[in-house]
Design a protein around this ligand. Structure first.
Ligand code: AMP
Ligand code: MG
Length: 420
């Protein structure tokens, strides 16, 4: 199905709700990256391409969870008031195996991670015991099974412990190691080509004539793409010239999994990106019912997916967070996981017209009652990049809402969840 040919809802006169745009992204694009095997140490941040199955139990056998004394609780041999007096018959450090059986009235000195000997079903922690003269006093009140980790308590042999599509964090990499894997099949990095567009843009570090500005978007967007594990190729600034733009985009698309541009995607005379991409493939210009953010172009150059972000620096960043991030994850073969959000107290007043969802830049602080309070940045301009530096995340104000009052509960999306 070609979702970019959809007629009415995408017409510029009918702003498209963000959720609808995200559904279209899910429908129109799928994973494009091939699997490759990487050593475990190179797997961090990559997307798992295979299910990982435990081939062993973890722990492999029942082990002690404490340094202490192990004994059989079943009998009350050695009872003396509220303690048991037990004869110490051995010592079991981690990594060794006690060869015999511990009989009623006996105990072994045992350490964290050491296998539980036959006859032992309880471990008393050393802080609660008194040892000397070949015997130990352990509390009589312990529950049977205390301080023992069962075989397979963490993972059982044969079970799937990691599923394809997971983005590997430290804990997933460690878990793969715990089941004995030294390498994993992961998706190849998404090859993303990045351009800025605009005759007014200059490269930081170069001479800047009057009327020009330094290109900020390629740096924010490259960083945002890096954080998602993409393999970013930065191809610089495109002038506002259709022929140059056409040649550059066609060339870049040939060796990329995704082409991302910022600027030049509106319908102004100097905005050539949309028309050029339409000539090279297909494009849909979405006037999103979103602030900051519109317009946004999505489509294909030939068969290569294309994302055209707005030029205003805040709009470029925020639309990338809200639409670009899900698109990149989708193409990369990652399981879709919505960015985390939480409820916080509004520390500001705000009014808007209904019909358009707004994401307000806000800083979080702990209020007098210990609850997190969102303080809105004073300016809502989509050109003010300092607002993003000040903010910790975005307050999500629904399309139909018109007012936020001081003390209202509002939904907050922390940047930490929108960058990764
Ligand atoms: P455009 O979408 O091309 O009309 O650009 C909208 C606004 O964003 C204009 O003020 C541009 O100068 C500005 N802008 C576009 N691209 C960038 C960029 N890469 N870095 C900083 N500002 C930009
Ligand atoms: Mg421009």
């Amino acid at each position: 199905m070609d979702c970019f040919a959809a007629p009415a809802p995408s017409a510029p006169s009918a702003p498209l709700p963000l959720d609808e745009a995200l559904e279209r992204v899910q429908r129109a694009y799928g994973a494009v990256t091939e699997p490759e095997e990487v050593p475990l140490r190179a797997a961090l941040g990559r997307i798992l391409a295979e299910p990982v199955t435990a081939t062993v139990n973890v722990p492999p056998v029942a082990v002690s969870a404490m340094d202490g004394w192990g004994y059989g609780k079943a009998d009350s041999a050695g009872a003396e008031g509220d303690v048991l007096r037990l004869a110490v018959v051995g010592r079991v450090p981690a990594g060794s195996v006690f060869p015999g059986t511990v009989r009623p009235g006996e105990a072994v000195r045992i350490f964290t991670g050491a296998p539980i000997p036959a006859g032992v079903d309880t471990v008393a922690m050393q802080e609660d015991c008194q040892a000397g003269d070949g015997a130990v006093l352990v509390p009589a009140t312990l529950k049977r099974g205390a301080n023992i980790r069962d075989a397979g308590e963490d993972m059982t042999a044969g079970s799937v412990v990691l599923t394809p599509g997971l983005r590997l964090r430290a804990q997933e990499v460690g878990l793969a190691a715990a089941v004995g894997r030294s390498s994993l099949s992961v998706r190849k990095r998404l090859r993303v080509v990045l351009f800025s567009t605009g005759d007014e843009l200059r490269e930081p570090g170069t001479e800047k004539p009057e009327g020009a500005i330094y290109d900020a978007n390629r740096y924010t967007l490259a960083a945002q793409l890096d954080a998602l594990g993409a393999d970013v190729r930065d191809l610089g600034i495109l002038p506002d010239k259709p022929d140059v733009t056409r040649a550059a985009l066609a060339d870049a698309a040939a060796t990329a999994d995704l082409v991302v541009t910022s600027g030049g995607a509106s319908v102004g005379e100097e905005d050539h990106v949309k028309r050029v991409v339409g000539e090279l493939g297909s494009v849909d210009l979405w006037k999103l019912a979103l602030k900051p953010g519109k317009p946004l172009a999505l489509g294909r150059i030939g068969t290569t997916p294309f994302l055209g972000l707005p030029g205003n620096p805040v709009s470029a960043m925020v639309t990338f967070m809200l639409v670009g991030r899900p698109l990149v994850l989708r193409l990369s073969g990652a399981e879709s996981a919505p960015a985390p959000r939480c409820l916080v107290v509004a520390g500001f007043e705000f009014k808007k017209k209904p019909g358009r969802r707004e994401f307000l830049r806000a800083r979080l602080a702990i209020g007098p009652d210990g609850r997190p309070v969102a303080h809105k940045f004073p300016s809502d301009s989509s050109g003010v990049l300092t607002s993003m530096v000040e903010a910790d995340g975005l307050v999500d104000m629904p399309a139909d809402a018109t007012t936020i009052r001081d003390g209202d509960m509002v939904e907050f999306l922390p940047f930490t969840g929108l960058f990764a």
